[in-house]
Write a protein that binds this ligand. Structure first.
Ligand code: PHE
Length: 340
């Protein structure tokens, strides 16, 4: 009897089923009503009283070992089967994932970049934290120019000046430092100006600026490129006009207006009765800027332009309050095309 118990204990300890079915078969064989353990207990009855105590304890230990081993494998098989069972109730009502939409500023920025990409412009990017040279000096800003003033610029450090860029023209400087003409880049990015936040101004906004430098680039090239842009952005009926203006880095400089697409030029409250909407600044790159960046102004000429993305988005979508673009209210954001 002792040998039988030992033999069964060894089988229990070595038992390692590959499937739940094999486990169940083993359980019935050992612990079932007509199983081997019960057969042992039957035999136990006729054991001599002096051996009963020792053999009884051994049978109990065997039963515990068998039960524990069976439970161990049962848990393993159940755990392995769990993912399938938690796929769960196929009749439960589905809960739809809500898809986000692209931010209108991104949509418009991508459209602008896309239009100029068709004219051969490639995207250039640069840092938001800049030094005086890239934002001002290399762009022909005189030392006392008001744009350097504390009121407009967020300075991080003074002497030497470290600041948040006030326009993405800084990227144009970085491009000229890196690359010989021909240069044709479009520079999208976030810019910072120390302005009180209102429905029509914000201290953070987005710009796309462009720079084209090659031999023999003329004002007419600039005008035609901007007209192409205006028609692509606002529709075939759009026309532009240019008004003389001033920027330190361009000469001559102009402000560009596009015909109001809401009233078709007749005058409405968006264009304040004028029929025109201002969309960007532009001009022929000042020879001082070319020279400050190592480009021979006798050999090369070029034009630059810059626009505010929020402003273009406002005109395109008729949104009058700039602050809406920064609040990230999904009810607002969901209204815009997410195709681009
Ligand atoms: N940098 C100018 C601005 O921030 C825009 C501009 C760019 C004007 C290039 C002319 C030429 O307002």
């Amino acid at each position: 009897m002792n040998n039988k118990i030992n033999e069964l204990l060894r089988r229990v300890e070595e038992f390692a089923p590959q499937s739940a079915a094999a486990l169940e078969e083993f359980r019935v064989k050992i612990l079932g009503k007509k199983g081997e353990l019960n057969a042992l207990l039957e035999e136990f009855r006729s054991v001599a009283p002096e051996h009963k105590r020792e053999l009884g304890q051994k049978i109990n230990a065997l039963k515990t070992a068998a039960t524990e081993r069976i439970n161990l494998f049962r848990e393993r098989f159940e755990a392995a089967a769990a993912p399938a069972s938690s796929a769960g109730d196929m009749t439960r009502t589905g809960c739809a994932e809500e898809l986000g939409s692209r931010h209108p500023i991104s949509v418009v920025r991508n459209q602008i970049v896309d239009i100029f990409a068709r004219l051969g412009y490639t995207v250039a990017e640069g840092p938001e934290i800049e030094d005086d040279r890239h934002v001002f000096s290399a762009l022909n800003f005189p030392p006392e120019h008001p744009a350097r003033d504390m009121q407009d610029t967020f300075f991080i450090e003074k002497n030497p000046d470290i600041l948040l860029r006030t326009h993405t023209s800084s990227i144009q400087v970085r491009t000229m430092e890196r690359q010989k003409p021909p240069i044709r880049v479009i520079c999208p990015g976030r810019v910072f100006r120390n302005e009180a936040i209102s429905y029509r101004a914000h201290c953070i906004f987005h710009q796309v600026e462009g720079l084209y430098i090659d031999k023999g680039v003329s004002f007419a090239d600039m005008k035609q490129s901007i007209l192409y842009f205006a028609k692509e952005m606002f529709g075939e009926q759009a026309v532009i006009r240019m008004r003389p203006s001033y920027f330190p880095f361009t000469e001559p400089s102009a402000e560009v207006d596009v015909s109001c697409n809401l009233c078709g030029g007749k005058g409405c409250n968006v264009c304040k009765g004028t029929g025109w909407l201002e969309i960007m600044g532009c001009g022929m790159v000042d020879p001082n800027v070319l020279e400050a960046n190592g480009i021979d102004h006798k050999e090369y000429s070029g034009f630059a332009f810059g626009m505010g993305v929020e402003r273009i988005a406002m005109l395109k979508y008729g949104v009058k309050d700039l602050r809406l673009y920064f609040e990230n209210d999904v009810r607002f954001l969901h209204q815009f095309d997410s195709a681009l």
